[in-house]
Design a protein around this ligand. Structure first.
Ligand code: DX5
Ligand code: ZN
Length: 219
């Protein structure tokens, strides 16, 4: 089980300190939400944040959740910035473009992830499963932190796990949105192995205590 904190709800003027606290609590990978104000109605970070992150924390993985329908401009920039993983939304581009950008990531030594919104059929995974390193299932509608875990997510996780298993794809399922100490267990029981958590970890009294609690329930 891997916990990947989303820094979206961290104090942005204290990012180095807050990321450092999470690293001290055992975190080895972060989830960096890139929102373009077009594919989702919100704006967040650009490539500079990622290059600064990798300079300050070279041993820690930077996973990019790319909520943008402009891969042509952004994917090469995030690769250059040092992203370790880039996750592309199925809904953001044509299947041909998705195929092209997954290949682009592979040939640049960057891990590739496919992301599905809550309403996208799980069956689309089959086509891309042979190439991707992981599957991210959104458990909220993307755009904002602090939303509630959609209850239909459990069934979707189970469905995706069984589709992947049946076809011999040993790739992990990541969940993102509304993950706390209760919903993480629900998602884990359905087959998720990587847990993004934003507002559960940041903006509370103790980042360490929140990570410890999540780690404990996922044991
Ligand atoms: C939502 C983002 C999530 C979000 C998670 O669009 O993709 O990564 O920051 O935040 P919480 O854990 O608060 O739902
Ligand atoms: Zn995200």
């Amino acid at each position: 089980m891997i916990i990947a904190p989303s820094i979206l709800n961290a104090n942005n003027l204290q990012l180095k300190k807050e990321i450092g606290k999470a690293v001290d609590a055992g975190i080895t990978r972060f989830h960096i939400d890139i929102m373009d104000g077009h594919f989702v109605p919100n704006l967040s970070y650009g490539p500079q944040l990622v290059s600064d992150f990798k300079r300050e924390f070279p041993m820690i993985d930077a996973g990019i959740h790319l909520m943008s329908d402009n891969p042509k401009t952004l994917v090469p920039e995030f690769v250059k910035a040092g992203a370790d993983l880039i996750e592309l939304h199925y809904e953001a581009m044509s299947e041909e473009d998705l195929d092209y950008w997954i290949d682009y990531l592979i040939s640049n030594g960057v891990k590739a992830g496919l992301v599905l919104n809550p309403e996208t059929p799980i069956s689309v995974v089959k086509k891309f499963a042979p190439k991707i390193n992981q599957l991210l299932l959104m458990t909220v509608h993307p755009g904002f932190g602090g939303q509630g875990f959609l209850p239909e997510s459990s069934e979707r996780i189970e469905k995706a796990r069984s589709l992947l298993d049946k076809n011999g794809f040993n790739i992990p399922i990541e969940v993102d949105g509304g993950i706390d100490d209760q919903t993480a267990q629900i998602a884990a029981n359905s087959g998720a192995e990587i847990f993004v958590a934003g507002s559960y970890i940041f903006g509370k009294d103790s980042i360490q205590a929140q990570i410890d609690r999540l780690t404990e329930v996922l044991k």
